[in-house]
Design a protein around this ligand. Structure first.
Ligand code: SF4
Length: 367
């Protein structure tokens, strides 16, 4: 198999109780999982399963599907059965769909306390059904749909309001002995979101699902999520993550996985160490880095490839990486495991790096 260097995360993980979302453990010492949500109409079973397959291929570990109608509820059984990853039904307003999702074999159900106003008398039955089926409930508080009572009390969706809402909802389930819960308290402002999760982390031992809600289009959403998750994960807070982007969900998975890899919370795959280029560069660094990245896309072994523009930091970085190039004078010195193995003209740098990367990958896989 592939050699796995021991991961050194930044912080000791917050202690949380572990739950099972289908086959995926969440909380405790389980690896942090990456989730997304389908954008298809759930009742379109084929389209939904197709998107789930794409998400699975991009590394998604748990998927959530919206369930706003009876047709969607009716589709859950087939989706849950055919999906390769656990399916969470996302339910607002309608308790009857919660029962449907549990009967359908969904791995978990997400409910939003702000959107289940006439729900109180149903909690007991839900707790009973979920408990019998071994289905955890995610209490998903969202700034945009905060419980009216708490909105009135706090004036707006403050961290305290979000946390009070979540804990109050938990208490309704706890009254019936149900603790198979994970919580999210999402807000679109990373500053509020971070404060809310810190408070929540200190107030309970449930596993936490991190999300910056309505984070925006790709670029903005990526930054907001990376900053917010980075702050929390670096303190040991967070058990699953969902990057929300106004972009195809597979993009969310890519970003989520990269965030975990950046913090050593997941084994890094291919890593390109490339310089930003500067007035000293003697080759086109952007082009080289892009071509090498494209040429090695999909490679899963943990390989660091350095693409450096000149001799200032080039040899140093190239030597530290598994593989690299230090360029100068229209030529590239190719390093493998710290040694210069050859010098090639600029036009051959990319193909040489790709060739050597494939050789290394083969060796690593054989080990
Ligand atoms: Fe500039 Fe050379 Fe550093 Fe690249 S490696 S940023 S070209 S000094």
């Amino acid at each position: 198999g592939m050699p796995s260097a021991p991961l050194k995360p930044l912080a000791v993980r917050r202690k949380s109780r572990q739950i099972m979302v289908g086959s995926v453990p969440v909380g405790g010492d389980a690896p942090i999982s990456v989730q997304s949500m389908t954008t298809t109409v759930t009742s379109d079973v084929n389209a939904t399963l197709q998107q789930i397959a794409e998400l699975t291929a991009s590394g998604c570990q748990i998927v959530r599907v919206a369930c706003p109608s009876q047709d969607d509820a009716d589709a859950l059984a087939t989706i849950a059965r055919k999906s390769q990853i656990p399916v969470i039904a996302d339910i607002h307003f309608q308790p009857k769909y919660v029962f449907a999702a549990i009967d359908a074999g969904c791995a978990a159900v997400r409910v939003n306390p702000g959107n289940i106003r006439q729900f109180d008398d149903k909690v007991k039955e839900i707790a009973k059904a979920a408990s019998a089926a071994g289905v955890p409930i995610r209490i998903g508080v969202n700034a945009g749909s905060l419980d009216a009572r708490l909105l009135a009390k706090y004036g707006k969706a403050t961290p305290e309001a979000l946390v009070e809402s979540a804990l109050w909802e938990c208490s309704l389930f706890e009254e019936h002995g149900f603790q198979d819960i994970k919580i999210s308290v999402k807000h679109n402002d990373p500053v509020v979101m971070i404060a809310a999760y810190r408070l929540l982390a200190a107030s309970c031992d449930y596993p936490l699902h991190l999300g910056v809600t309505e984070a925006g289009p790709s670029f903005q959403g990526t930054i907001k999520s990376a900053v917010a998750f980075g702050a929390l994960l670096s303190e040991g807070i967070g058990d699953t993550i969902r990057v929300s982007l106004s972009a195809p969900p597979a993009e969310e998975i890519k970003v989520g996985n990269q965030i975990l890899e950046s913090l050593n919370l997941r084994q890094r795959g291919l890593e390109i160490v490339s310089c930003p280029s500067c007035g000293r560069a003697q080759v086109d660094v952007y082009k080289l880095a892009e071509e090498v990245t494209a040429g090695l896309e999909g490679m899963e072994v943990p390989l660091r490839v350095a693409v450096m523009g000149c001799v200032v930091n080039g040899p140093g970085e190239a030597r530290e990486a598994d593989l690299g190039v230090a360029s100068g004078n229209g030529k590239g010195q190719i390093f493998v495991k710290g040694e210069v193995i050859k010098t090639v003209p600029e036009s051959k740098i990319v193909e040489t790096l790709i060739e050597e990367a494939l050789k290394l990958a083969e060796l690593m896989q054989a080990e």
